[in-house]
Design a protein around this ligand. Structure first.
Ligand code: NAD
Length: 487
């Protein structure tokens, strides 16, 4: 049985309590995790606050901060395989995906390493002859970074990279589901040589650990990825400390296929968009909106691909869909499929959990044409695709935007003019045209509506971890004139 520790103020230690972590491939406990409670949270935030105010970190030049981030990038790259193995064991995400994703996470740290000394202030052409006025960019303060269990090293990099580049300090809270890879990642932070307290890594439950962290008086910003219900708790908690928030939430992303699209290519993208990571992706293209004239042909292509998907143990390199992370998730999926079928949806592929240990669920396609099925509106976070068809472009836009979410979207067409019209009209933070599920440290990412606010990735994300200080310096030696007139 493996035993993991939390990382506070440069030291590895046990939490106030501990809890079991379950291997989703077997349903059995494989490790114990340190459970942070209010006292651990307080020590972590205090350590981060001390590291922000005094000691080596604030004295470091931005270039030196960038070098530490580059070291972290190298360590992530050289440890990608072992981190991937831990993530696969603890979350059930397939090793093919965790290994490739974590190797790419190194590029995110490299990108923000390069940005650290390019965050510039500004000199203002002020309208007063005897003044020099400029703007300094300073770190926003202690950041609480809270991530869910899926893609957690990736979702951490898009917070930690820009926050550290900007000079902030961070308390990172891993999800209580599958926290092992982040607790392991703390060892790389330590080895990279960040001063104690600059990065602290804890895990625990929402009510005890998450709530204490987000309302802590010394937290200045909460960078959150997770579900909308949790986001509401966080925003309410931020009424206590008035911390700013960035929220990366759920999605129910439309995947729109026009009759003129390359159907084979679109089908492959749809498989990647909904069955990869067993559909446990915030950007999952979970609503197929397909032009009626090609619906049957496209569904036949998809059903054949879904049937050929290799469901199996996540640590097997041949596996394409592994187990879901939690049994809770599988139960939700089953209940929404049952409700959708009762509402009139037809099962085109999958639909039933296999009879084996672990939290497996097969690629599932539900034809929901003409039916107000629950599967169309509920974020399932599983390998379940709902399908509806349209006759006109106008109808496609209406169906795509008929959701409170607005995270990602895909448009498949060979018609350039139509692609441009769709790009403008889709209500989402990301539009992929003739591709899906592509990301880069260079490209901002984030949602509209109930998918949250704030953007991760790109230059602007680093600026979001700064606040400006306006400096006025008088250059005249003459005495200050009439003190009762504003200058
Ligand atoms: P969740 O909201 O249940 O949990 C996310 C994190 O919040 C966990 O670390 C959890 O412990 C913590 N938390 C729970 N209650 C809290 C509270 N009261 N105060 C502070 N923290 C609290 O999400 P989940 O079910 O683990 O993850 C799935 C969700 O995450 C889906 O909705 C998915 O779409 C979303 N997601 C979004 C993105 C994105 O970038 N937009 C990426 C991945 C996942």
């Amino acid at each position: 049985m493996r035993h993991f520790q939390q990382y506070i103020d440069g030291s590895f230690e046990d939490g106030t309590a501990s809890f079991p972590s379950i291997d989703p491939a077997t349903g059995e406990q494989w490790a114990t995790m340190p459970e942070a409670r209010a006292d651990d949270v307080d020590r972590a935030v205090e350590a981060a606050h001390r590291a922000l105010q005094s000691g080596a970190w604030p004295a470091m030049t931005p270039t030196a901060r960038g070098k530490l981030l580059m070291k972290l990038s190298e360590l992530v790259a050289s440890n990608a395989q072992s981190l991937a193995e831990v993530e696969t064991r603890d979350t059930g995400k397939i090793i093919r995906e965790t290994a490739a994703q974590i190797a790419y996470v190194a590029d995110y740290y490299a990108y923000y390493a390069g940005l650290a000394d390019k965050i510039e202030g500004a000199h203002l052409p002020i309208d007063k002859a005897d003044m020099e006025v400029w703007i300094r960019r300073e770190p926003v303060g202690v950041v609480a970074a809270i991530v869910p269990w899926n893609s957690q090293l990736f979702l951490t990099a898009v917070k930690l990279g820009p926050a550290l580049a900007a000079g902030c300090t961070v308390v990172l809270k891993a999800s209580e589901d599958g926290p092992a890879p982040l607790l392991e990642f703390a060892r790389l932070v330590h080895d990279a040589g960040f001063p104690p307290g600059v990065v602290n890594v804890i895990t625990g439950f929402g009510d005890q650990c998450g709530a204490a962290l987000t309302r802590h008086p010394k937290v200045a910003h909460v960078a959150f990825t997770g579900g909308p219900a949790t986001a509401r708790h966080i925003v309410r908690n931020s009424a206590d400390n008035l911390a700013s928030t960035s929220l990366e939430l759920g999605g129910k992303s439309p995947f729109i296929v026009f009759a003129d699209a390359d159907l084979e290519s679109a089908a492959n993208a749809q498989v990647a968009g909904i069955f990869a990571a067993a559909g446990q992706s915030c950007v999952a293209g979970s609503r197929l909106i397909v032009e009626a004239s090609v619906k049957e042909e496209f569904l036949a292509l998809l059903a054949a691909k879904a049937a050929a998907v290799r469901l199996g143990p996540p640590d097997d390199l041949d596996t394409e869909v592994g187990p879901l992370c939690t049994d809770r998730q599988r139960q939700l999926i089953e209940s929404v499929i049952d409700a959708s079928v009762a509402e009139g949806a037809k099962v085109v592929a999958g639909g039933q959990a296999p009879d084996r240990a672990g939290y497996y669920f097969p690629p599932t396609i539900l034809d929901c044409d003409g039916v107000a099925a629950s599967a169309i509106s509920t974020e399932l976070f599983g390998p379940v695709l709902s399908v509806v068809s349209f006759e006109t472009e106008e109808e496609a836009v209406e169906l795509a935007n008929n959701t409170p979410f607005g995270l990602a979207s895909g448009v498949f067409t060979q018609n350039l003019a139509r692609a441009h019209r769709m790009i403008k009209r889709i209500h989402a933070g990301v539009v992929w045209v003739n591709t899906y599920r592509a990301v880069s440290p260079i490209a901002p990412f984030g949602g509209y509506g109930m998918s949250g606010h704030g953007r991760e990735g790109g230059l602007a994300a680093a600026l979001d971890y700064t606040r400006t200080k306006t400096v006025w310096l008088r250059t005249s030696d003459d005495p200050i004139p009439d003190p009762f007139v504003m200058r």
